[in-house]
Design a protein around this ligand. Structure first.
Ligand SMILES: NC(=O)c1ccc[n+]([C@@H]2O[C@H](COP(=O)([O-])OP(=O)(O)OC[C@H]3O[C@@H](n4cnc5c(N)ncnc54)[C@H](O)[C@@H]3O)[C@@H](O)[C@H]2O)c1
Length: 336
């Protein structure tokens, strides 16, 4: 299948692109490199199948679609820092929402009928119950979540009116690195627990801060559902195959997680066990709007996509450690 991947130079987009290429799909990438890495584009060996451009530049998107003639788009490109979204909602509405609208328009004009969108469990806000299935009300509590929910709604309207088939994959906490060892997680600033813990253990980042130890959880720290980036990649492939079997005008959502939660203390212990090093940490106060538990019910994805997560926490942390051990400076991009 010919597939255009937005956000291909980022963490999940690159890992997914790699796996799809290994399965024989013809991949094209679109990224403005604002938060991704030129090195990743080299590692994927995209050559002239990479288009440098911004989702808010219609001419560049149209060009990419005209040249790539994709049968499907995987849409990863976005800003994804919750804290930043609170202080700079303008960035999130412009980049995530307006950018995605630009993509939908380019797809409509270019006749591209299949879309898989990177949504998030953040669209649920503070969940009424655990584990979280897709019937929970979506009530985000920050501009990042608002922008993602608004995109889901725009996709529904475009799917209904223009014959698009779409899937929104609501990821829980993506983690881990590629089995080949060359693609890993390098955000700037990093806000995700596993890379922060491993980098603290390596001594290349500050001690980890544990935000809150007085939650109503067994050890007092927040519990999250960590899913291996390769499992997410497989879910994208499964979603593309699922869409092939669906009628036009469909937009479905799937929660992607393992269904198992791990506390911050469990993550620290696992990082220490696998790296053989101590994870230095301090204890801070709770962050506003951090729910005690966020754990997926992946039942719908298991059933309808014939997909389930294969990696457990040890496997996630082991792959992440393999990458960080060999990339203490990440992709070595020049930091702004
Ligand atoms: N990482 C997670 O745990 C997680 C969880 C839930 C959802 N998501 C979603 O998954 C997607 C990928 O996340 P990630 O961790 O790989 O992020 P990332 O920051 O590593 O990658 C995003 C990529 O998109 C590019 N990009 C951003 N805005 C763009 C624009 N306007 N035009 C062109 N390119 C643009 C960036 O340069 C970057 O390469 C995001 O949409 C994110 O919201 C991630």
């Amino acid at each position: 299948m010919r597939i255009l991947v937005t956000g291909i130079a980022g963490y999940i987009g690159s890992n997914t692109a790699r796996i799809l290429m290994e399965r024989g799909h013809e991949l094209f990438g679109f990224d403005n490199l604002s938060r991704g890495h030129a090195r990743v584009v080299q590692l994927l060996d995209l050559g002239d199948r990479f288009f440098l451009g911004d989702l808010n530049e219609p001419a560049r998107l149209d060009h990419a679609i005209t040249v790539a003639r994709p049968e499907a788009v995987l849409h990863f490109a976005a800003y994804a820092l919750v804290g930043e979204s609170v202080t700079r909602p303008d960035l999130y509405w412009k980049n995530n929402f307006c950018g995605s609208l630009g993509l939908l328009e380019a797809m409509r004009l270019g006749g591209v009928k299949r879309l898989v969108f990177s949504s998030t469990c953040a669209t649920y806000g503070i969940p009424e119950r655990i584990p979280m299935d897709e019937t929970l009300p979506q009530s985000p509590i920050n501009p990042y979540g608002h922008s993602k929910l608004a995109i889901e709604k725009a996709i529904t309207d475009y799917a209904n009116a223009y014959g698009i088939k779409a899937a929104s994959l609501r990821y829980f906490n993506a983690a881990g690195a590629s089995a080949s060892g060359d693609l890993g997680e390098d955000h700037f600033p990093e806000s995700h627990l596993i890379p922060l813990a491993l980098r603290a253990a390596q001594g290349v980042a500050n001690p980890l801060c544990v935000f809150g130890t007085d939650y109503p959880t067994p050890d007092g720290t927040c519990i999250r559902d960590y899913i291996h980036v390769d499992d997410l990649a497989e879910a994208h492939l499964a979603a593309l195959l699922h869409l092939e079997r669906q009628p036009a005008n469909t937009h479905e959502a799937f929660n992607l997680g393992t269904g198992r939660g791990h506390s911050v203390h469990e993550i620290i212990s696992c990082c220490e066990k696998i790296s053989g090093r101590t994870v230095p940490y301090t204890i801070g106060s709770r962050r506003l709007g951090d729910p005690p538990f966020l754990v997926a019910d992946p039942g719908k994805a298991n059933r309808d996509l014939h997909w389930s997560a294969r990696h457990d926490l040890n496997s996630i942390v082991q792959s992440a450690w393999n990458w960080h051990k060999n990339h203490p400076n990440g992709y070595k991009m020049v930091r702004p």
